[in-house]
Design a protein around this ligand. Structure first.
Ligand SMILES: [Mg+2]
Length: 279
């Protein structure tokens, strides 16, 4: 995997000439990974650059996360962005609001599972069960590493029957287990859903760009392999990934946003480009 800035001369002209649909993961991409999820605050300089980018023509920004939509909106708080929560199950922008209907139906079951897990994990220090309504996150970053296997055993005890009946699925991220409704939907399918909407409203070439750091972002990198730009946030260029390029850290993501702003400020757009603004 190449470093994005080493290929900048080749990539920049495409970003300049085309309408950029920019998908940004939140944790580990816009903010560094922290011990507790509630500590992942957006730095003022990142907030400012996003505010400026949102005002430019020829770009649409989607912040996409495994967090719940309400939590994500509260953390970012920038008007004009599109917010996608729970890995794509719910989204909100100035012209769209959508909750995946099948995910909506799983709410009760997830509520029940989250309640049981909270009880099971009551005596385990350093594990947080987060009921995000449409999915559940179990954060174990602060759990004694010697207890991780036991915690996972408890998890399987609670969700085993629902896994075998294909009611829920288990996905793993960085020090987090995710219990989700068993619906064929992920960050990659969400990206395709957006592209279908944009392409039907504006018959011009859109350049999708996706930046993320985690396993759940791989679904998006996969769908963008041939039709977009996948960028993984990692300082290991040999990491196994579907992304074509990498940036070393959230600090370099910030630098990328700066570079993108320079490109978009320098260009003026026509009426057809504006049609892509319809979402
Ligand atoms: Mg992330």
């Amino acid at each position: 995997m190449k470093h994005l800035f080493d290929a900048w001369e080749k990539i920049a002209p495409h970003l300049r000439a085309r309408y950029v649909m920019l998908f940004l993961d939140y944790d580990g991409t816009l903010t560094p990974i922290v011990e507790r999820p509630e500590m992942a605050k957006l730095a003022p300089d990142v907030r400012n650059i996003l505010r400026e980018l949102v005002r430019q023509e020829g770009i649409k920004i989607v912040v996409i996360s495994g967090r719940s939509l309400s939590n994500l909106e509260k953390l970012v708080r920038i008007p004009g962005l599109i917010y996608v929560g729970n890995h794509g199950f719910e989204l909100h922008g100035s012209k769209i609001h959508h909750v995946h209907p099948a995910a909506e139906k799983s709410k009760q079951l997830l509520h029940k599972i989250a309640g049981r897990l909270k009880k099971d994990y009551g005596a385990l220090l350093g594990i947080i069960v987060e009921n995000k309504t449409l999915t559940i996150s179990i954060h174990y970053r602060r759990l004694d590493p010697g207890k991780v296997d036991f915690a996972k055993l408890l998890l399987f005890k609670e969700i085993g029957q629902y896994l075998s009946r294909s009611q829920v699925v288990l996905r793993e991220g960085k020090k987090v287990w995710e219990v989700r409704p068993a619906i064929e939907w992920d960050k990659g399918k969400t990206v395709l859903w957006f592209l279908a909407r944009v392409l039907s409203s504006a018959q011009r070439s859109v350049r999708p760009v996706y930046i993320g750091d985690d396993l759940t972002d791989e679904d998006a990198f996969r769908v963008l392999k041939r039709r977009g730009l996948g960028i993984k946030v990692t300082n290991d260029p040999n990491e196994a990934t579907e992304a074509a390029y990498h940036l070393n850290s959230p600090a370099e993501v910030f630098e990328f946003l700066e570079r993108l702003k320079q490109i978009k400020i320098a260009r003026k757009y026509g009426a057809r480009d504006k049609a892509a603004q319809s979402i």
